[in-house]
Design a protein around this ligand. Sequence first.
Ligand SMILES: Nc1nc2c(c(=O)[nH]1)N[C@H]1C(S)=C(S)[C@@H](COP(=O)(O)OP(=O)(O)OC[C@H]3O[C@@H](n4cnc5c(=O)[nH]c(N)nc54)[C@H](O)[C@@H]3O)O[C@H]1N2
Ligand SMILES: Nc1nc2c(c(=O)[nH]1)N[C@H]1C(S)=C(S)[C@@H](COP(=O)(O)OP(=O)(O)OC[C@H]3O[C@@H](n4cnc5c(=O)[nH]c(N)nc54)[C@H](O)[C@@H]3O)O[C@H]1N2
Ligand code: SF4
Ligand SMILES: [Mo]
Length: 731
Amino acid sequence: MVDTKLSRRGFIKASAATAALASAGTVGFNEWSSEYVKAGANAEIKEIPSTCNACSSKCGMIGHVKNGRLWKLTGHPDHPYSKGKLCARGHGYATVVYSQDRLTQPLKRVGEKKFEPITWEQAYKEIAEKLNKIIKEHGPQSVALTEDPRASGKFYSPRFINALGSSNYYTHHVVCSNSRDAGFLHTVGVTATSADISNAKYIMFIGRSYGDGIRPSSVQALASAKDNGAKIVIVDPRLNNTGNLATEWLAIRPGTDLALVLAMSHVLIKENLHDIEFIKNYTIGFEEYAKELKKYTPEWAEKITGLPADAITRISMDMGKAKPKALIEQSWRGAFGCNYENSTETGRAVAMFNALLGNYQQKGGSIFGGKPSLGKLNKEKHPNPKEPEAPKAGSKEFPIAYPNNGVATIVAKEALEGKMKAAIYYHSNAALGYGNPKVMKEALSKMDLVVAIDVQMSETAQLAHYVLPEVTYIERDEVIEGLSGKIPGIAFRQQMVEKVHPETKPIHEIYTELAKVCGVGQYFNFSLDELNEAMLAPTGITYKQLREKGTIMFPNEEITLGKMKELKTPSGKVEFYSETYKEAGFKPIVEWIEPKVSPADDSFRLITGKQAIHSHTQTANIPILMQITKDYDLERIWINPIRAKALGIKDGDMVELKSSEATSKIRVKLTERIHPEAIFVPSHYGITSKDLKTGQGIGFGYMEHVPFDFEKWSGAGNIHEVIVKVRKVNG
Ligand SMILES: Nc1nc2c(c(=O)[nH]1)N[C@H]1C(S)=C(S)[C@@H](COP(=O)(O)OP(=O)(O)OC[C@H]3O[C@@H](n4cnc5c(=O)[nH]c(N)nc54)[C@H](O)[C@@H]3O)O[C@H]1N2
Ligand SMILES: Nc1nc2c(c(=O)[nH]1)N[C@H]1C(S)=C(S)[C@@H](COP(=O)(O)OP(=O)(O)OC[C@H]3O[C@@H](n4cnc5c(=O)[nH]c(N)nc54)[C@H](O)[C@@H]3O)O[C@H]1N2
Ligand code: SF4
Ligand SMILES: [Mo]
């Protein structure tokens, strides 16, 4: 039950509901395991295949269910990301199903952080009335929906917002990979390639850490590459936890990766180590790019990156010699996902470097994965909503952004300008994680309607007018997910245990029922099972088979390596020169761009990143994961001892960290594993919602220090364009 200040009337209702739930068998984490013991050693164990929801990888997993309770998880052996293993988060996050802090019924805000429980009928009725009024008065484009795109959301969320007549569908990538996605899209026609890591001979990671931003199969592939003698270079201002597998660490100045990649490209061409055949057949604009690259010498890059020119030359030449089994891994968020004013252009330069190596669709190179062919609903019986006429808000300002991602923070900007009137946040903690929380709070407060659909009282839910409680992923079926890769496949999330809280619902039910009350129910006239059956139809697999297996791969559809394919760029080829850029008013050739801000002698750049035991803000309230943070003091910030000494700071000291946006107090970890110019902040802390009793009050939220901003190309949040000063304080 939510613990926020409830009104008196709400309190009485809520207490009654809590009592009812207790008798309905609601248990916390501790009781969870004892219930299993009570079931006796001989109780039947059901093994139910499904998918993890503790991060975007959505690995395949098997739930072991005894006496109706989940008591153990194992990795699905067939799923390409888990390959039989789950990471610590995968195991730990599953306890959310029995969390004491779950949302248990729909809530209506009746004052600052004051909520009252209401029925689903009342919630739907009031939300629908408000949505329809807003649309009538301000048009459908004044309504937006944002989510972390998971299997069901990817299908239902855009359909729902389109049914209302709005094109404003957004994803969390604005603070994840918007820049990389845009850079890759306009160079190779997809937002990300994958990498044939286990067969590669030379692998460079630029701000991507398999050892921290874990996916079990990626770690396995890297370990096997190392066993095969591959060279593994980490480019990171921080020696991250992939370090144990690496052969070399390049401690680059944060924000300067573009200079490194430009200089590496320069060396390849100068030394004639580029793949001339590949470039001739599969690329356009090489001559123009090569001309631009002339000025980006390793000596030039040394001054910007702080990396020795001879190391840049040596590594580039070694990669050129190892081609096509050499690559810069496509990366994710760390260096050029959403961080600097030059991030999109860094993404482009990386995709181009791989083209200079001719490694696309080659063993040990960059791979364009194949997709499974899945069916669709019969349009005659189940019509699609009409394509909204108006373009998505933000698409004019950021024409380079990947249209499916959009620029989610434009919703906040337009709310501040009085243009955006209603926002739905599904599976998203935008208020804490997408942009400066003060700005996000102000923006959300300006809107006439904010709806949050969550499993716990997130910071976003706290600011919403209505909070709708979803069942957790352990308690629901979802839309079938297509897996693209060298071998395509499908994965299915399915219900493992009965609903723990009777007044919670799965998202497909919420959208279907809400659509009906909003008057657009005709677009949701099918059940989830009907949709999944339609998707399965062309595969010849029955729904029953899918339920039994959970993950099914299609080895017959394995893509053929060694054969380049036509790309989805306007020219069908790798584009060193982009007409799309030119038309949008940008330089068609990549050139060096300075980061927006740079630290002075007495200040630092703030950078952030993942820890292997947490996912964004969503795991901070999981007791067994947060205990690891506490045991190992993981919320501390990293400072280089040379800088610390000059400031009189010792390991474990409390410091005050001050940026243009905020002041935080936090303890310090001194380590030579961080560039002297940077301070590293682990990204998962700073929960402020009082209803998240475990997570609340530990560490600080990185985003508090990030000015609310948009990168010029992809609209990404520029989340490392932050300068801070630090001083020792008592604490
Ligand atoms: N444990 C864990 N794993 C996750 C997630 C999670 O929340 N937790 N989330 C998933 C998601 S959504 C994502 S986006 C991925 C993110 O996966 P990654 O991008 O690998 O993760 P990060 O830790 O954000 O960043 C990687 C590294 O970039 C470094 N870095 C920071 N600034 C710079 C820079 O200017 N240049 C260079 N070269 N490096 C820099 C950081 O020090 C960090 O070590 O992880 C996925 N997996
Ligand atoms: N402070 C901070 N900011 C970040 C990051 C970070 O690590 N820290 N990471 C950045 C990156 S790489 C990304 S991709 C984004 C991620 O940003 P988000 O996608 O917003 O991820 P989370 O912050 O984990 O918030 C997820 C929300 O979904 C809710 N949730 C979890 N499971 C379910 C479910 O089954 N149903 C419903 N309805 N809700 C559910 C959680 O309770 C939580 O409130 O954030 C970016 N910004
Ligand atoms: S990487 Fe870990 S948290 Fe992410 S889906 Fe896989 S097991 Fe779950
Ligand atoms: Mo992300």
